[in-house]
Ligand binder design. Structure first.
Ligand code: DQA
Length: 145
C-alpha cells in the first residue's frame, strides 16, 4: 500500500513566487507542489496538498488529517515560530510529521530560531530549498515502513 502524505503549507505560501528570492528561490507554490509530486512518485508515495492563510483552517485541517493521511509534511511558515494552537492540533493529529523550511531558519533572525512544533516532529529539514521536501518524504517513508 502506498503511504499517503499530506503536505501542508501555511501563511504566505500562496504568494511564494513573489517572496524573497534569496531565501525562497522564486518558485511558486504550484511549481513547488509539482516538484513534490514528482519526488513522491519516485518514492511510491501518494501526496495531497493544502495551503491556507488562516490559522483556524490549518488547525482544523490537522484535526481531520488522520482521515486521509498516514503522515504529514508541515511548513507552517511564520506560524512555526509562535502558534501554540497549531502545536496542540498537531498533537491531536497524532501522525508522524516532518517540519520543513525552504530557508535555513536557524541561521536567520533570532525569532525564526524558535519552533513550537519541532519536538513533536520526527525530523526537521531546513535550508535545502525544494530538495528538502524529498528528504522529508524519505524520513516519513522510513518511519511508516
Ligand atoms: C519558512 C521560514 C519561516 O520563517 C517564514 O516565516 C516562512 C517560510 C521557510 O520555508 O523557509 O514563511 O517557513
Amino acid at each position: 500500500m502506498r503511504h499517503r502524505v499530506e503536505v501542508m503549507h501555511g501563511v504566505n505560501f500562496d504568494v511564494l513566487g513573489s517572496r524573497n528570492v534569496e531565501h525562497y528561490g522564486g518558485i511558486s507554490l504550484t511549481e513547488l507542489e509539482v516538484k513534490i509530486k514528482h519526488f513522491a512518485r519516485e518514492l511510491e508515495m501518494e501526496p495531497s496538498f493544502s495551503q491556507t492563510n488562516h490559522e483556524g483552517d490549518f488547525v482544523e485541517r490537522l484535526h481531520r488529517a488522520g482521515e486521509s493521511a498516514d503522515g504529514l509534511i508541515l511548513n507552517p511558515g511564520a506560524w512555526t515560530h509562535y502558534s501554540w494552537a497549531i502545536r496542540d492540533a498537531l498533537e491531536v493529529a497524532g501522525l508522524p510529521a516532518v517540519e520543513v523550511h525552504l530557508s535555513a531558519v536557524d541561521e536567520r533572525e533570532e525569532w525564526r530560531r524558535t519552533s513550537v512544533i519541532r519536538d513533536l516532529c520526527i525530523g526537521c529539514v531546513q535550508g535545502k530549498g525544494v530538495e528538502g521536501y524529498r528528504e522529508a518524504l524519505e524520513l516519513l517513508r522510513a518511519r511508516l515502513r
